[in-house]
Design a protein around this ligand. Structure first.
Ligand SMILES: C[S@@+](CC[C@H](N)C(=O)[O-])C[C@H]1O[C@@H](n2cnc3c(N)ncnc32)[C@H](O)[C@@H]1O
Length: 223
């Protein structure tokens, strides 16, 4: 699984990834910090499972208030970055493919940051299966992702250019890492209506914030 092009890309990007959280755009930062405050509040006293945790940005934020967190990512280099952080609650960091991992228990809160945009749109059922098998009855799934950026001609948040649309309608971007190497990945953007249409066949939306830069949702399985 670590040979999957998306994982390969993120393995290489791990040391430079967290720059996305420290950009000099006040309106962007305000949205990000509001989302973060909402998540920290939501995580209070909760057992948390975070999929595709990357460098542990959200893990560290939630650890201020959560009871405990298991956070996994398929890229060992991402987990190595996360291991350098200080956490405020017990955090278990694991290298694991979320599609193969069997949760040892169910959790109050399941978190997925900046993943939905990378997931092939023809296969959302598989993603929701993964989320649902980790969530306790009455628990919440929280996701955040990017909105179409208005801040640069590249149309992306990192150095990139369009690589067209694949046969299933996924938006492809070719991104450039600091060493100049280019990687083509899926990066889907959604209007609020498109987002609701993508999610609602699978999950009940409990809250949705659609900003200029980010969207966040809280979801429950449809019973
Ligand atoms: C856009 S990054 C998001 C990182 C983090 N969630 C955040 O919001 O900062 C996507 C992450 O998904 C991880 N990833 C890709 N495929 C995965 C898989 N099958 N299982 C677990 N993690 C995966 C990548 O290694 C990368 O760290």
């Amino acid at each position: 699984m670590t040979d999957h092009p998306l994982i390969h890309y993120y393995r290489l990007r791990a040391p430079e990834y967290e720059a996305i959280y420290y950009r000099d755009t006040p309106a962007r930062n305000a949205e990000l910090h509001a989302a973060e405050a909402g998540l920290v509040q939501r995580a209070t006293g909760q057992t948390v499972c975070e999929f595709a945790c990357g460098t542990g940005y959200w893990t560290a934020a939630m650890s201020q208030s959560a009871q405990s967190i298991v956070a996994l990512d398929a890229a060992p280099e991402m987990i190595a970055e996360a291991q350098r952080k200080d956490f405020g609650c017990p955090v278990e960091l694991r290298v694991a493919d979320m599609f193969a991992w069997i949760p040892p228990q169910r959790y109050d809160l399941v978190v997925l940051g900046f993943w939905f945009s990378h997931h092939p749109r023809q296969n959302y059922a598989a993603l929701f299966d993964v989320l649902f098998r980790a969530i306790k009855p009455g628990g919440l799934i929280w996701m955040i992702d990017n909105n179409p950026p208005a801040e640069g001609p590249s149309g992306d948040t990192v150095s990139s250019h369009s690589a067209g649309i694949d046969a299933d309608g996924n938006n492809l971007r070719t991104r450039r890492l600091d060493d100049g190497a280019e990687h083509t990945i899926i990066k889907n953007y959604f209007t609020e209506l498109e987002l609701r249409s993508a999610i609602e066949p699978h999950a009940a939306i409990r809250h949705l914030t659609y900003g200029d830069y980010y969207w966040t949702v809280g979801l429950e399985p449809i019973i």
